[in-house]
Design a protein around this ligand. Structure first.
Ligand code: PRP
Length: 186
């Protein structure tokens, strides 16, 4: 059972649903009259994106990019490898990039620069979670769910060592889990 590894629940299902609905409403207002292309960064953003798009009552399309950042166990290096590129061109499109978590900001800095070079009509960034203490580069975040402390968190799409993504809430992990050192930290 995954629950035994959970320390504290930071955001339970109703809290997540409320915030996602608020973000969806704001996005809907801001993009009314424009065709929106929502791009999720796999794998972590998958659950958030799935809930968010159902709160946006506009014509929209969805695409995904999978990126992995080279680095050591706990820190990305800023060198990002694209594991799966977008299926479609984004030139002239209104793009909303969806992340689950911004930590150092290096992944998003790379992706935003890469996307801008493809000539979108506009590019905005939406993240569910932000760890501002950890930031290494300036990122303008247009839509944000919650700021969180610099702790290992899991659930609602976010993993520790590829597990816990299916927890329906966002929680911190007991130190005994990650001090065993099996996987990468986020
Ligand atoms: C996480 C998260 C961001 C990135 C943020 O992805 O989804 O993409 O790390 O870190 P940064 O701001 O320090 O660059 P991860 O590499 O854990 O992959 P995953 O989404 O497949 O779990």
């Amino acid at each position: 059972m995954l629950e035994k590894d959970v320390k504290d629940i930071l955001f339970d299902e109703p809290a997540l649903a409320r915030r996602v609905a608020e973000l969806g409403r704001r996005i809907e207002e801001d993009y009314r009259g424009r065709e929106l292309l929502v791009i999720g960064v796999l794998k972590g953003a998958n659950v958030f994106l799935g809930d968010l798009i159902r709160q946006i009552g506009l014509d929209l399309e969805v695409d995904f990019i999978a990126a992995s950042s080279y680095g050591n166990a706990t820190e990305s290096s800023g060198v990002v490898r694209i594991l799966k590129d977008l299926d479609y061109p984004i030139e002239g499109r209104h793009v909303l990039l969806i992340e689950d978590l911004i930590d150092t900001g290096l992944t998003l800095q790379y992706l935003a620069e890469n996307f801008r070079s493809r000539g979108p009509a506009s590019l905005k960034i939406c993240t569910l979670l932000d760890k501002p203490e950890r930031r290494k580069v300036d990122i303008t975040v247009d839509y944000k769910g919650f700021d969180i402390p610099d702790e290992f968190i899991v659930g609602y799409g976010i993993d520790y060592s590829q597990k816990y993504r299916n927890l329906p809430y966002i929680a911190t992990l007991k130190p005994s889990v990650y001090s065993q050192g099996a996987g990468e930290a986020r």
